[in-house]
Design a protein around this ligand. Structure first.
Ligand SMILES: Nc1nc2c(ncn2[C@@H]2O[C@H](COP(=O)(O)OP(=O)(O)OP(=O)(O)O)[C@@H](O)[C@H]2O)c(=O)[nH]1
Ligand SMILES: [Zn+2]
Length: 349
């Protein structure tokens, strides 16, 4: 008779150990502290928070086990290192720190590129007027995002947000000091999450949130905090991905096409995207940033040339984009690699 393997969800990684929540409790035990079998290390199989794994050699008394296999992932984020994410909750504060459209856009782009559902929360509603909250929510809506305004400290309005988190695996991202840890602590009072006093860490730019961990939600589902960082890098994004990361551009491209497939929506003739929409200048500044990264080069080359036919009429012909299919440099690839853990080799059990 074959015994079904023990399955569990990796909830946290601590030094050389993985906290695995079992799919169902055995002998009243629902969590085991596990090592990774050295066979997995030999084949270079990392274990992420969010992975579903098979556990062997359970020691029910000591509440220990060993991870012997990692089930296929539906996705895998590098920063933070977490697998099987279903949605990203981007949090921005309405005040302290003040919202900044470019910073918000950088977070939104990063989340869009992951290809998962995006929720936007506007925190610290207690610190601003209703009018200012409405202004930001309207602004975000014009960018293509619905948002939730709420206050943790005043206990206002966050029930609607809670409903959209239930039964999903959600990662909370956002600038430092916006209230990510506070929200998770509120949803999960047992979570030993450090909440920093803003005067102590925000102005000094220190991070209070240290490691990635999934916390169970009271309504079912899981939520993970991430370290607050203020400038998500756009390193691994191509100009094509950048354009696709703006709902405004997706919407414009859905109804009309630019004349050239490789249009970067600047000065190209018959561009369907260029226009008087709010975040267009932010798109241009992010594009310039990407192009300044070595391998994309600054895109000074024209995307079309003017040809005169034998009847004397002028028309535009597209030029091929020589950089479109170029591989990224080693330097860029390394910059994107995030060390997942610093484990020592653990003997096979
Ligand atoms: N007024 C007000 N303050 C809040 C609210 N939510 C959080 N705070 C405060 O904001 C400060 C920062 O909160 P944290 O939860 O540590 O912020 P964080 O986003 O996790 O910060 P990092 O760990 O640096 O990424 C703390 O002093 C919280 O008490 C809120 O809704 N209203
Ligand atoms: Zn265009």
């Amino acid at each position: 008779m074959t015994v079904a393997p023990l399955l569990g969800l990796v909830r946290a990684v601590q030094a050389n150990y993985y906290r695995v929540r079992l799919g169902q409790p055995y002998y009243g035990i629902d969590e085991l502290l596990c090592v990774r079998r050295s066979r997995l290390k030999k084949i270079g199989q990392h274990v992420y928070v969010g992975d579903w794994v098979e556990v062997s050699h359970p020691d029910w008394q000591g509440q220990r086990g060993a991870i012997s296999n990692v089930l296929p992932r539906r996705n895998q984020l590098q920063r933070p290192a977490i697998a099987n994410v279903e949605q990203v909750l981007l949090l921005f504060a309405l005040a302290d720190p003040e919202p900044d459209a470019l910073q918000m856009t950088r977070f939104l782009i990063t989340a869009e590129v992951l290809g998962v559902e995006i929720l936007v929360g506007l925190t610290k509603a207690d610190l601003v007027s209703d009018a200012l909250e409405t202004l930001w929510r309207d602004r975000l809506r014009s960018w293509g995002y619905n948002s939730y305004g709420f206050s943790i400290t005043a206990g206002q309005q966050w029930q609607a947000l809670l409903r959209s988190l239930s039964n999903k695996v959600t990662v909370v991202c956002g600038p430092s000091g916006v209230g990510k840890s506070s929200l998770i602590r509120h949803l999960h009072p047992d979570g030993k999450i450090r909440v920093g006093a803003i005067s102590e860490h925000w102005h000094k730019g220190q991070h209070t949130t240290r490691h990635v961990e999934l916390f169970p939600l009271p309504t079912g589902g899981w939520i993970a905090d991430t370290p607050g960082f203020n400038q998500p890098e756009l390193l691994a994004i191509t100009p094509q991905q950048l354009a696709q990361a703006f709902p405004e551009i997706r919407q414009r491209s859905a109804t009309q096409s630019c004349q050239f497939d490789n249009c970067r929506h600047r000065q190209e003739p018959n561009c369907a995207v260029r226009g008087n929409w709010e975040r267009y200048p932010l798109y241009l500044s992010c594009l310039a940033e990407l192009e300044a990264i070595k391998d994309y080069g600054v895109d000074t080359a024209p995307h079309s040339k003017t040809k005169t036919d034998r009847h004397g009429a002028q028309h535009q012909e597209p030029l091929l984009d020589p950089k479109k299919y170029r591989r990224r440099s080693r330097r860029q690839q390394h910059q994107q690699l995030t060390p997942l853990d610093t484990e020592e080799e653990v003997m096979d059990v």
